[in-house]
Design a binder for this molecule. Structure first.
Ligand code: HEM
Length: 274
């Protein structure tokens, strides 16, 4: 992580640089290519593009937060996790714009994009892998070698929760060694030793303040992420009802099944213990 800006002399010519050049607006604002001349397709394209930009930032922050937790620099990690939650809050508000798209408007351009679907969003899948939803079956839709390699790296790497459990271990909490050494490419399942550690922490937050605060940042993130899934499925039902998805799934029923995913199970279970 860069701590300090470089000296002024190492920047490009600061007197002549322009807003549009700095932000590459020429690229960004010419990247909308609706496939029809239907008025409402522009909303659909921009809504997806802006979501992808926010996901890019979320990935940037998540990768850095995972590194910071591994390096025991918790204040920085928590700052970044707060930002990720705010990004999801932003994405959640964005659904309000898409909700103005009525089924008849959507049907004016639906045929044009064929089998394209958010299901093929590799950034979304990478977020899922980084935060621990290691559903390996989703790799299948990604055929391009560079994307595939990127997703496989994220699949094999310790997730946000894995590095948090390693941190608990370093702090002396008794986490079962086999659980810490689990196969990181597999979906996470809850472990009693982890619940025991969180119970100890949540019963004595002032004794274990920084890990307690980190735990609440994780819950915060999962809370906002759940709202994103819920807003998505509700918007989808509102626009296409129970039709099949363009990506080949059952559509709303598939998305509803995703609402059952729990990223940090012991952090939810600990509430019942208190
Ligand atoms: C009218 C708008 C939308 C409709 C009708 C829609 C529909 C769907 C459907 C039916 C699926 C299930 C996969 C499939 O069979 O296609 C899906 C998945 C997905 N969509 Fe959307 N979607 C919409 C807007 C968006 C937007 C704005 C985003 C933002 C990037 C998005 C991101 C995703 C993602 C990431 C998935 C994969 C979810 C998962 O696997 O858990 N969708 N969408």
């Amino acid at each position: 992580m860069t701590k300090r800006p470089p000296s002024k002399s190492s920047y490009a010519d600061t007197k002549t640089i322009r807003y549009d050049a700095y932000l590459k607006l020429g690229d960004i604002l010419t990247a909308q290519s609706p496939l029809t001349d239907q008025h409402d397709e522009m909303l659909f394209v921009i809504q997806h593009q802006t979501s992808e930009l926010w996901m890019k930032l979320a990935l940037h922050e998540l990768r850095a937060a995972i590194r910071a937790i591994s390096e025991d620099t918790l204040p920085q990690a928590m700052k970044m996790l707060s930002r990720v939650s705010r990004i999801f809050e932003q994405l959640n508000s964005a659904w309000d714009v898409l909700r103005t798209l009525t089924p008849d408007e959507y049907s004016t351009f639906r045929e044009a994009f064929g089998a394209a679907s958010g299901f093929q969003s590799y950034q979304y899948r990478e977020i899922e892998f980084l935060v621990g939803n290691k559903a390996v079956r989703h790799l299948e839709v990604h055929k391009a070698a560079d994307i595939r390699a990127r997703l496989e790296t994220a699949l094999k790497a310790p997730s946000l929760y894995d590095v948090t459990l390693d941190l608990l271990d370093r702090r002396g909490f008794l986490i079962t060694p086999e659980h810490l050494a689990r196969d990181k490419t597999q979906a996470y399942s809850a472990d009693p030793s982890v619940l025991g550690a969180w119970t100890q922490i949540y019963r004595n937050p002032h004794t274990y303040w920084d890990v307690f605060e980190l735990a609440e940042k994780l819950v915060d993130f999962e809370d906002y992420f759940r709202r994103w899934r819920f807003n998505h499925v509700t918007t989808v039902e509102r626009v296409i009802g129970f039709k099949r998805g363009s990506g080949g799934t059952s559509g709303v029923n598939y998305l509803k099944s995703m609402l059952d995913v729990v990223l940090f199970p012991e952090l939810w279970a600990v509430r019942t213990e208190l």
